[in-house]
Design a protein around this ligand. Structure first.
Ligand code: 86X
Length: 506
C-alpha cells in the first residue's frame, strides 16, 4: 500500500516537475518565428523580460557570449594600437545640440534626465544614444599638432535609444551594449584603410565566432550615417523572416565632425588642417542574429567559439550500475577537457533524470554533450552527441582531447556551411520590377542592378510600403558580380551602375 502510494506520488511529482520547468518549446521556428524567438531567448536562459518595455536582462548565458566576442575584438584592436577609454553616460543639452544637423532626425529617441529626487534639474541632461558629441570636444582639445595623430579610442559601454517600433530582445532594445570606436587621422588614406580593417574584424566575429555568413559592402546614400562621408557594413540575413539585418558598421566620417568640433592640427608645413575621422560599432545585436540563424525547435544552438559551456558531461547511471564510478569518470572527463582549454561542465544533479538533462542542455544550445554510462565505463569510452546535427559517436577515453577538438571544429564548420547554404538559397538575382516584387513577396535576399540614385531608392520604399515594412537597400557588396554592358536599373530603367542587395530589414 505504502509503496503504491509512493510510486503514484512519484509519478505525479514527475508531471509537476515537467510542468514547472516547461521543458521543450511550445512554438516552432518555421510556424511562428516571432513567438519562437521570444520563447527561446527566455527558455535558453539568455534573457529575462523586464518591466520596462524594450529593456531586457542579459543573463550570464548571454553575457558570456558577449565576453567571448569581446576578448577577440579587444585584443585585435589593441594590436591596431587603439586604446580603451570611458566617457560619461550623460550629455549636456548644449553639447548634444552642437551638432544639430545630424541629431535632428534622431531627436525623438533621446532619453532625458529631468529630475533628481523631487526637484527639477536646472537643465535637463541627455543619456548618450552614441558618443560623437560627448567625445569630439575633447578630441578638439587633445589634438594640436600632427604628432597628436592618429588618435584612436574605443569604449565598451551601454547606450540608450528610446525606440518606438516593436522592440525585440538583442535586435532592437532601448538600452544595449556595444563598443564604439572613434579615431582621427592626418590623412584620408589612413582613415580609409582603418574603415576596412575594422570591417574585416566584424566579418570575423560573424563568420569565425558566430558561424554566420555576412556580406561586406557599402551603404547607399539614403542608408549611410548622415553625419559621415560613407558607411560600410556587414549584412546578415534571417531566412525565416526574409529580413536582412545590419550586423555592424564602420564609417568614414570624412572631415564633417572635425569642422563642427574644430578638430584641427598643424601639419608638417605648419599649416592648419582638419582631421579625418572614423567611427565604428558592433553591439549585442550580434547575439540576436546568432539565435535567429542557428536556433531550432529544441532551443538555442550555440557556436562553439562563443558558447559559455562548450561541452556538458552527463552521467547515465542505469539501475544497479556503479554510480560512484560513473560520477568519477564524469569528473575526470571534465578535468581532462578543462586542462586542455575547453569550457566544460558536468551536470551531476541527482534530482533530474538524464533525459531531462539532455533536453535542458539542448535548450541552452551547448554544442557537445558527453554521456557516460556503465557500458562506456566498461569500454573505456564516452558517448559524444552533437547539438548541431544530433550525430552520436563513441570515443575512447584515450583519444578524448584530440577528438573533441576536431568535433568542435566540425560543429563550427557545419553550422557556418548550413547557415550559408540556407542564406544562399534565399538569394535571388533579378532584373525587372516585376521580378523584384515577386522575390520580395517570397522573402528573398534580392540582388539587383541599380542606378544608385537616392530618389530611386526613396521611390522603391514608397512603392513597397505595407504592414511588413518597405524594401530598402542593404548594401552594395564590395564583391561585385560582372555587370554586363547595357544592364538597366530594375527600378528606374536607367543605366545600372552596380549590383546592390535589397530587402526588408530589421
Ligand atoms: C548613428 C553613428 C555611429 C558611433 C556609429 O554607427 C558607430 C559608433 N556612432 C550612430 N546614430 C546617431 O548618431 C544617433 C544620434 C542620436 Cl541623438 C540618437 F538619438 C540616435 C542615434 N542613432 C544612431
Amino acid at each position: 500500500m505504502a509503496s503504491k502510494q509512493g510510486s503514484k506520488s512519484q509519478k505525479k511529482k514527475g508531471k509537476e516537475v515537467k510542468k514547472e520547468t516547461g521543458l521543450g518549446l511550445t512554438n516552432k521556428k518555421n510556424d511562428n518565428f516571432g513567438e519562437w524567438y521570444a520563447e527561446v531567448v527566455v527558455s535558453g536562459e539568455m534573457i529575462e523580460y523586464y518591466d520596462i518595455s524594450g529593456c531586457y536582462i542579459l543573463r550570464p548565458w548571454a553575457m558570456a557570449i558577449w565576453e567571448n566576442m569581446q576578448v577577440f575584438f579587444d585584443a585585435e584592436i589593441k594590436k591596431m594600437k587603439i586604446e580603451n577609454c570611458y566617457f560619461p553616460l550623460f550629455v549636456s543639452e548644449s553639447i548634444l545640440q552642437k551638432e544639430k544637423d545630424h541629431i535632428e532626425g534622431f531627436a525623438p529617441e533621446v532619453a532625458w534626465v529631468t529630475k533628481s529626487g523631487q526637484s527639477d534639474l536646472e537643465v535637463p541632461i541627455a543619456i548618450r544614444p552614441t558618443s560623437e558629441t560627448v567625445m569630439y570636444p575633447y578630441f578638439s582639445k587633445w589634438i594640436r599638432g600632427h604628432r597628436d595623430l592618429p588618435l584612436k579610442l574605443n569604449q565598451w559601454c551601454n547606450v540608450v535609444r528610446w525606440e518606438f517600433s516593436n522592440p525585440t530582445p538583442f535586435i532592437r532594445s532601448r538600452e544595449f551594449l556595444w563598443q564604439e570606436g572613434h579615431t582621427a587621422f592626418a590623412t584620408k588614406d589612413e582613415a580609409d584603410q582603418e574603415v576596412l580593417d575594422i570591417l574585416e574584424l566584424y566579418r570575423r566575429i560573424y563568420e569565425e565566432y558566430l558561424a554566420i555568413p555576412v556580406v561586406k559592402g557599402k551603404k547607399s546614400e539614403l542608408e549611410k550615417f548622415a553625419g559621415g562621408l560613407y558607411t560600410t557594413s556587414v549584412e546578415a540575413f534571417i531566412p525565416n523572416t526574409g529580413r536582412g539585418v545590419q550586423g555592424a558598421t564602420s564609417h568614414c566620417l570624412g572631415q564633417n565632425f572635425a569642422k563642427m568640433f574644430q578638430i584641427v592640427f598643424e601639419d608638417e608645413n605648419r599649416e592648419k588642417a582638419l582631421a579625418w575621422q572614423n567611427s565604428w560599432a558592433y553591439s549585442t545585436r550580434t547575439i540576436g542574429v546568432m539565435i535567429m540563424v542557428h536556433g531550432d525547435d529544441k532551443g538555442l544552438v550555440l557556436p562553439p567559439r562563443v558558447a559559455a559551456v562548450q561541452i556538458i558531461v552527463i552521467p547515465v547511471p542505469y539501475k544497479d550500475a556503479n554510480t560512484e564510478a560513473i560520477y568519477d569518470a564524469c569528473t575526470s572527463t571534465v578535468n581532462t577537457l578543462t586542462e586542455a582549454g575547453f569550457r566544460v561542465k558536468s551536470d551531476l544533479r541527482d534530482n533530474y533524470s538524464p533525459g531531462w538533462k539532455y533536453s535542458h542542455w539542448e535548450m541552452k544550445g551547448v554544442p557537445l554533450r558527453i554521456e557516460i554510462g556503465p557500458k562506456d565505463l566498461a569500454n573505456k569510452q564516452v558517448r559524444v552527441v552533437r547539438r548541431d546535427n544530433g550525430a552520436k559517436q563513441d570515443i575512447s577515453t584515450e583519444g578524448l582531447v584530440m577528438n573533441v577538438k576536431e568535433i568542435l571544429h566540425n560543429v563550427h564548420d557545419n553550422m557556418y556551411n548550413t547557415a550559408k547554404q540556407k542564406r544562399d538559397t534565399c538569394v535571388k538575382i533579378i532584373n525587372t520590377w516585376e521580378e523584384f516584387v515577386v522575390a520580395l513577396s517570397e522573402k528573398k535576399l534580392i540582388l539587383a542592378p541599380w542606378c544608385d540614385e537616392e530618389e530611386v531608392e526613396k521611390d522603391v520604399k514608397t512603392r513597397t510600403k505595407g504592414e511588413m515594412g518597405a524594401a530598402k537597400t542593404l548594401c552594395t557588396p564590395f564583391d561585385q558580380p560582372r555587370l554586363p554592358e547595357g544592364t538597366l536599373c530594375f527600378a528606374s530603367g536607367k543605366p545600372a551602375k552596380k549590383w546592390t542587395y535589397w530587402g526588408r530589414s530589421y
